[in-house]
Design a protein around this ligand. Sequence first.
Ligand SMILES: *[C@@H]1O[C@H](CO)[C@@H](O)[C@H](O)[C@H]1NC(C)=O
Length: 262
Amino acid sequence: MTFDVRRFDIYRKVPKDLTQPTYTGAFISVCCCVFMLFLFLSELTGFIATEIVNELYVDDPDKDSGGKIDVSLNISLPNLHCDLVGLDIQDEMGRHEVGHIDNSMKVPLNNGHGCRFEGEFSINKVPGNFHVSTHSATAQPQSPDMTHIIHKLAFGEKLQVQHVQGAFNALGGANRLQSNALASHDYILKIVPTVYEDLGGKQRFSYQYTVANKEYVAYSHTGRIIPAIWFRYDLSPITVRYTERRQPFYRFITTVSLSLCL
Ligand SMILES: *[C@@H]1O[C@H](CO)[C@@H](O)[C@H](O)[C@H]1NC(C)=O
């Protein structure tokens, strides 16, 4: 008796002359190919797309910054002359700067009746405030008009990333033109450190913030207190971190092979 290894073949072939193409078979085959193509393309798009993972932790992510945060402020006061407008910065480290002028610009508006203040400055990573007022003017006006529009208030590097809808310029567009002209405004900001790491591992440091605000006319026993637009800030100990991720190539290959086998 001869021993034939072919007995172990579980994929036995039907002789060619016994097979016959049918319309049903052709239809099913075309459907299968379309379905396989669909699976392949959806796996491919999943592989190409980057996903953004976010996490929270307690840390100071940007330790090399020397404990400083860059601030960019752009605000218009349409009824206050540029000679009167000034920015003062104060904080719990003892800083008290009146009439900050470095890297800032005052643009006259409304034929000189108003002013736009555009400034870049840095603040320490301790609670403090900066405020726009007439405090630095040589002579105080009778009734300074503090109505304003904030075009921009942002901290840290500019993050231009799709899909991350954070509050990087939460006060941008704040319009207080209809407010009482003599009122003071308090914006109370909670600044949240934010790190964005792209696919190449490059990190960018920025800050988001939430804001609460109130407006009031303040008096003391000597009379009305000079109004101001206050930005009082505090830092959150929690950092938000966004990381771009791409699916590993081996997973793409295995899912593609699996879906093609099915
Ligand atoms: C400040 O905001 C005004 C109004 O939106 C804009 O025209 C101006 O270019 C801004 N300035 C800077 C430095 O971005």
